[in-house]
Write a protein that binds this ligand. Structure first.
Ligand code: 13P
Ligand code: SF4
Length: 317
């Protein structure tokens, strides 16, 4: 049966035979996370992909992640088990829209979240992920205008943390995180007064979380705005017995493994990314057996995007 022990052994055998490293994002199905050689957030997986000596990278995540690996390692074969695994956030800005925005702000530094297409990265000065967005923006001289895209909630988080007034934010969003709203969070927090709150900065409720920490009666130190990798580090160090988690529900699997004694609950248990869940055990098996789907990035686009992605993996080490 796909997903069982025989499937696991077959995946690992095929991977070894093909000199492939299998990477899985923290939002993948539990079976996929458990069989992967490495799991992590977008930044950690980009770094692992760049440093791996394997000749094939199998990226269990969404398309922009596999594309980023290909940009960093153009000579490697990069596979994704289902190339239809897109991202609503990456779709919220096109390269043409970015060129038009840049024309309105000549000389501005363009910071793009890694959740963008290769064509958008090719128009970018520095990429970032949720775990180093604040460091990336802080690395830019204070007198330079910054165009931050495409996520408005991550942009608002960066604006709050840096206090920067010359930061312009694109109005994109991820449908999964935008849907985790403040009212839901306030209700859950009121029902669990001892719980810590782990909030991904892409969430629509991130601003409400800070309001709760200010005036809503939740102690400020209990509200943490974190990337998925940051949530795992925080889980290992927490003294709380329960944590409310505002992000895609796949994250709960890693959190529960990292801190088995902590009660992790989703703020919104319908927050599941249909794109992430396209990477099924059957799709991973097919991928390794048939070498599909292979990810290609136009070489000119890749070479224009490479320095922005390289800067991303260097900042915040
Ligand atoms: P991180 O793993 O970098 O926190 O990203 C979250 C995300 O939405 C990826 O699609
Ligand atoms: Fe994109 Fe949102 Fe899915 Fe992440 S959770 S891959 S940002 S649609």
């Amino acid at each position: 049966v796909v997903g069982d022990q025989a499937w696991r052994e077959e995946i690992l055998r095929l991977a070894a035979e093909q000199d492939a490293v299998v990477l899985a994002h923290n939002y993948q199905l539990p079976e996929i996370q458990d069989v992967a050689h490495h799991t992590g957030d977008s930044l950690a997986l980009s770094r692992i992909a760049a440093e791996s000596t394997a000749s094939t990278i199998v990226f269990c995540g969404v398309h922009f992640m596999a594309e980023t690996a290909k940009i960093l390692s153009p000579d490697k074969r990069v596979l994704i088990p289902d190339e239809r695994a897109g991202c609503s956030l990456a779709d919220s800005i096109t390269a043409d829209q970015l060129r038009a925005w840049k024309a309105e702000h000549p000389g501005a530094v363009v910071v793009s979240y890694v959740n963008t297409t290769a064509a958008v990265k090719a128009e970018t000065d520095i990429c970032c992920t949720s775990s180093n967005a604040v460091d990336v923006v802080r690395s830019i001289p204070a007198d330079r205008e910054v165009l931050f895209l495409p996520d408005q909630f991550l942009g608002a988080h960066v604006q709050r943390e840096t206090g920067r007034e010359n930061l312009h934010v694109w109005a994109g969003e991820c449908h999964v995180h935008a849907g985790i709203n403040g009212a839901e969070l306030a209700e859950r927090a009121a029902a669990a007064p001892d719980a810590e709150l782990f909030i991904h900065p892409e969430c629509g409720c991130a601003t409400s979380a800070l309001y709760l920490a200010g005036e809503g009666g939740v102690p400020a130190e209990k509200v943490r705005i974190l990337s998925t990798g940051g949530m795992l580090d925080a889980a290992r160090g927490t003294s709380a017995s329960s944590v409310l988690v505002a992000t895609e529900v796949g994250m709960l699997h890693q959190l529960r493994q990292a801190a088995p004694n902590v009660d992790f609950r989703a703020v919104n248990d319908r927050a599941s990314c249909r794109y992430m869940k396209m990477i099924t055990p059957a799709a991973l098996l097919r991928c390794l057996r048939e070498g599909l789907d292979e990810v290609h990035v136009d070489p000119d686009t890749a070479s224009q995007a490479r320095s922005a992605v390289r800067r991303m993996i260097e900042i915040g080490r």
